[in-house]
Ligand binder design. Structure first.
Ligand SMILES: [Zn+2]
Length: 42
């Protein structure tokens, strides 16, 4: 895991990038694809 990116939509925890290029919430173990998280942050 590298740097946190975005927030988990289930629990609000920070997501961490994985080697596969996806993101994972270490709290509730939800995986997110990079495309899903490709949203403008405000
Ligand atoms: Zn979570």
């Amino acid at each position: 895991m590298n740097y946190p990116h975005g927030r988990c939509r289930n629990c609000g925890h920070r997501l961490y990038e994985r080697l596969e290029g996806n993101y994972r919430c270490p709290n509730c173990e939800t995986d997110y694809s990079r495309d899903v998280l490709d949203e403008p942050s405000q």
